[in-house]
Ligand binder design. Sequence first.
Ligand SMILES: [Zn+2]
Ligand SMILES: [Zn+2]
Length: 594
Amino acid sequence: MTHAYNSSYLQMSDSTYQLALAELAKYGFEAELRYDASLPSFQISSQGNRLTIAAPDSTELLYGVYELAERFGGYCFFEPGVDRYNPSLRQTIFPDGILVPAKKPPLAIRGFIQEFPFDQETPLLFDWMAKNKLNYLNVWMKYFDELSPERKEMAAIRGIYLDSGHHNFSYWIPSGKYHRQHPEFFAERDGKRICPADTKDVLLLGSEQLCTTNQELRDEIVKNMLRYLEENPQLKVLSLIPNDGFGWCECPECSKFYDKNEKGELYSVSEHVYKADRIYHDMLRYVAAKLHEVRPDITLEFVAYVNYTRPAPGFTLDPNTMVQFANYWRCINHRISDAACPFNSRLADDLLAWVKAKRGGKVLVYEYFMGINFYLSLPMIHNWDIFPEVQWYAEQGIDGVLTQFHLTHWCAYGMNYYMFAKAARGEECQSANHKMFQALFGKDAPQAEAFCRQVKEFLLSVQGKCHIPYPHSLFSRVTQQQCQELLQSAKDLQAQAPQDTFRQNIVLWMEYLCRFKDLFDKCQNGTLTITHVDDFQNWAHSLQNRRILVLTRLDMYLPAIRDAIKQGKTWLHFNIDWEDNYIKKHHDLWTGHK
Ligand SMILES: [Zn+2]
Ligand SMILES: [Zn+2]
């Protein structure tokens, strides 16, 4: 190949190539690793039982090594930090020819959104992502800043781009630094300039924005962005993303950008506020132009979400801009492309408006293959649906999909993440799922698959069919009897291999479902006490380190139930009035009430 000169240079200096060699040896294979710039991805072939991995770059070579280990070596990289190994599945004799053909992946950008700090499990995450060929990790800027250079390098060597971004108005313009001198930088609400709390918990919708039409503010953001790029020369993407929630500025200048009669809608959780697409996109246009005057190489990323889901009239996705379209409060009982779903069909329509607005820019989907944070590890069985969804995204011209995730609930949603990674590389649904169940459950794979289908049927059984992933949506429409049946099936599966930790965890996961449902039912019939909530929380904490629950999220959520008890209110979700109103509306819609 004409790349011989380049490749020998790369081989000596390239840490990714060195890692690929080391991993090849670790998983017990011998193979020639060879660069071939003409290939769209790695390709594995055999000649006289000598293996060759050819690939266009060193990351793809590394992916080829992991593919070899999983496909022919008896390994399964289902869970971070755990290499499952079944020697009986190891293959040592290979036919001549191409064993795994090169194939352009349906999604160029594949990855996770991390809404928690890096910690001691971060190396496991980077390792898992590379093994599963995920190449993008979107993380809050404050967490990116805290990550050590060694860890950043670990990600880079594994082909993972760390995107320092997410909600960041408050990062670019922290109120602690600016409010005293520039109160006019902050949104005007009810005639007064707000003073946002910099420390506000990121997961509760802060609804504190900036006065985005202010010229000096816009220039300050660009200045801060350019400085951040100097401090972090490895970055290729910067984002400008409103703080979570609503709360846009109502000063006279900003007010010119809204029609206060034109509100959002139910499907985008924004019918209580006016649309903010025009004001947001006006600011983006300005900031992109100023940033690109100095750094035309940097991609400016932004989100489409709640009351700014669609491109404002005339707004286009120009080169080096990228939108993340958030499927916030999507229905998990219908596929995203299902025209019959009143929620997803509207989200899909907005998403396609972004594809139409492409003029050299990119569209990513911000997915929720774990429900939302406050679905709290309740079931979402999506390991089959992910394949047609990813295929649909790719066919529509979507460049990438990222999903929210946690390591600490891998038992609940690991199958979704694992199958997402397979789907995003173009693997076939039935065979990928079949191999996963085989690797995880051996001879009991059919029983395990039947259990997952039973959980899926349970979710689909709800009146009104749609299901937005928050607890009330599930518990208000299923019975304790149904939950107990799932628990029994989980126990039956465990009985076949009582020592298997994963099966034990599945039983505990279903027990959690039953206990949570019991809490809900007690609340409905007025017998729930604080002690019940305490007992539930204590029991949940006994599951620590089992990768079933994200305890920090549960601990944030349970006080809302206690508050509801104290106030004599019906617990719907977080006791936030506007949010509770959506939950009531959904419920009425599904159950046919008016
Ligand atoms: Zn304003
Ligand atoms: Zn639906």
